[in-house]
Design a protein around this ligand. Structure first.
Ligand code: SF4
Length: 255
């Protein structure tokens, strides 16, 4: 599968730019990272510049699937869809794919004007100025098991984090999914590289299994990760979590 170029900006006749939206859902809870357990809405944008071996969101990555299923919505329409969902959460998570492929400045402004906090999850491959305006920036680079931990991508991550350094302390964090010892070594190295960013580790979820097997594997990996991290002085400040949404809903979409 080829890696797609950033999605070109498309506009309505009114002049409003539209964005490829694969899913809008909630209320649910955030399953990982610094806001784990917090009620949240999610907006998933189509398109990604990476192809991770274990990606669980290929419907937002594969250009054919994205073209077939994504709706083109303006920032105002996205905010209206969120407002039409049942009330509850105070935060909207912008995810993908890689949401940083798109210009989401108007989306962030519309959601904040409606009184919601905005979080973004991105692998940290492309900086966009609007990322400086969000309430939570979760930088989620992928470890060796993804097949994407190349020298080029690590250089892009360093450049991204240098830009993110200008935003308020505590807003930006590192979240790394870990499947094995090699991934954990890699996460520890990124923690050494970027000590000012709080580190959240997530036990990775296997794809392609039935729900019971998926949850059982996740529990085993989480136990291994807890034990491994607790014996590494260099990770004494890291927080270790399973992917909570998988425990609750398996790998179902839209929750
Ligand atoms: S960066 Fe995220 S969305 Fe993109 S391929 Fe990797 S896991 Fe999937």
């Amino acid at each position: 599968m080829s890696v797609s170029a950033p999605t070109p900006v498309r506009r309505r006749r009114t002049g409003h730019a539209t964005l490829p939206v694969v899913e809008i859902f909630g209320p649910t809870v955030q399953g990982e990272g610094p806001d784990a357990g917090l009620p949240a809405y999610f907006v998933r944008f189509g398109g990604c510049d990476w192809r991770c071996e274990w990606c669980d969101s290929m419907h937002a990555v594969d250009p054919v699937e994205v073209r077939a299923s994504a709706e083109r919505l303006t920032a105002g329409e996205i905010a209206a869809r969120i407002r039409s969902l049942p009330p509850g959460p105070g935060i909207v998570v912008l995810t993908g794919g890689n949401p940083a492929l798109h210009d989401l400045a108007d989306v962030v402004a519309e959601l904040k004007a409606g009184g919601l906090r905005v979080a973004v999850e991105t692998q940290g491959s492309r900086w966009k100025p609007w990322l400086a305006d969000v309430d939570r920036l979760v930088i989620s680079p992928k470890p060796p098991s993804s097949g994407m931990a190349t020298a080029k991508n690590e250089a892009a991550l360093r450049a991204f984090i240098a830009r993110a350094g200008a935003i308020p302390t505590g807003c930006a964090v590192l979240k790394i999914v870990v499947f094995d010892e090699l991934d954990l070594d890699w996460a520890a190295a990124r923690h050494r590289d970027h000590p000012t960013l709080e580190l959240f580790l997530s036990a990775g979820t296997d794809v392609g299994l039935d729900e019971d097997a998926t949850v059982a594997r996740l529990r085993d990996r989480y136990r291994w990760l807890c034990e491994a991290v607790s014996c590494r002085p260099g990770l004494a400040r890291a927080r270790v979590l399973p992917q909570l949404h998988v425990i609750a809903w398996g790998t179902a979409k839209g929750v």
